[in-house]
Design a binder for this molecule. Structure first.
Ligand code: SAM
Length: 289
């Protein structure tokens, strides 16, 4: 048992007697290190009448660690309709239900979207208890731009569809954040190289766990580093934005800039603004002038 957790046990168990308002509480749990759980998450789990979870064995392990004994109900991808209705009935009868997933934040590449919508349509109280999320933890370590990013979740397991999805992201000016399984991580890197080129990427593995590792560099460099490592574990991949293509800049925008600048100055201004090639921009301007 982690010593950080030990001292919290009396505090958490002392909360078990309190009552929560009836409704659904979306509670984030750790993505690895069991101490990465908020005091409010523990208090909510302690106070909830019922905990809806993906895998009761995984959640039971977390609860045992914090000395909590609670009623659990399985709510996962395969039973979400039936279990969702059961949970809604419980809330309708005045119960408080905490929703957790196996790891991290529910609804983020995890079940829960149907359930929150059922609560919304029934007019039930909903509340969030935020906490760990692998995508957020990974981007903070990545070194890729973190001011704007797009969370793309898991891409398709099929190569053709995966490449199409990557193609759709090719002109995004944000960092792209992906989840991937150890089985497909090497294939994903190859597809990124084929579709998006040798961009800068970061690959985070087993965050907050014993073998936490982060690789940074171009796709080729990272792929080379991954050749000789144990590929078991959980991965987040971040792809740095690429140069934006000139074809995505509207004619109207170009005409607007041309009102007060020469073609050459407009090319410089627009390529600086949109991060495109100045030469390609100049050619585009000449083509529509
Ligand atoms: N709801 C979770 C969250 O908030 O991050 C994500 C659940 S999704 C089913 C599981 C995926 O999240 C893994 O395949 C991996 O891509 C990523 N993931 C979860 N925990 C991780 C960790 N400790 N390190 C790296 N990636 C992790």
């Amino acid at each position: 048992m982690h010593s950080e957790a030990f001292d919290l046990i009396p505090f958490v168990t002392s909360l078990s007697g309190c009552n929560l308002q009836p409704g659904l509480y979306v509670v984030a749990t750790p993505i690895g290190h069991l101490a990465d759980i908020s005091l409010r998450a523990l208090a909510t789990l302690a106070q909830a009448d019922l905990i809806a979870c993906e895998d009761t064995r995984v959640t039971a392990k977390l609860l045992t660690h914090y000395n909590l004994r609670k009623s659990l109900i399985a709510y996962h991808e395969h039973n979400r309709q039936v279990a969702g209705n059961t949970i809604i009935n419980h809330i309708g009868e005045g119960k408080s239900v905490a929703l957790v997933s196996d790891a991290g934040t529910p609804l983020i590449s995890d079940p829960g979207n149907d359930l929150i919508n059922l609560c919304i349509s029934n007019g039930f109280y909903t509340s969030t208890v935020p906490g760990a999320c692998a995508a957020i933890a990974a981007i903070t370590l990545s070194g890729t731009p973190s001011d704007q990013f797009v969370f793309a979740g898991f891409l398709s397991p099929k190569m053709i569809s995966r490449k199409k999805q990557l193609q759709n992201y090719s002109n995004y000016s944000e960092t792209i954040v992906l989840y991937e399984s150890p089985r497909r991580i090497k294939h994903l890197l190859k597809d990124i190289f084929d579709v998006l080129g040798n961009r800068k990427i970061a690959v985070a593995k087993e965050l907050t766990k014993k073998f936490e590792t982060i690789w940074r560099g171009t796709v080729e460099e990272v792929a080379r580093q991954l050749e000789n490592v144990d590929i078991r574990g959980e991965f987040v991949v971040m792809i740095e934005r690429g140069p934006k293509s000139v074809v995505n800049i509207s004619d109207e925008m170009i005409y607007e800039v041309l009102k007060s600048s020469s073609a050459k100055d407009a090319a410089k201004f627009l390529s600086d603004t949109y991060g495109t090639s100045k030469k390609e921009m100049y050619q585009r301007i000449l083509s529509i002038k």
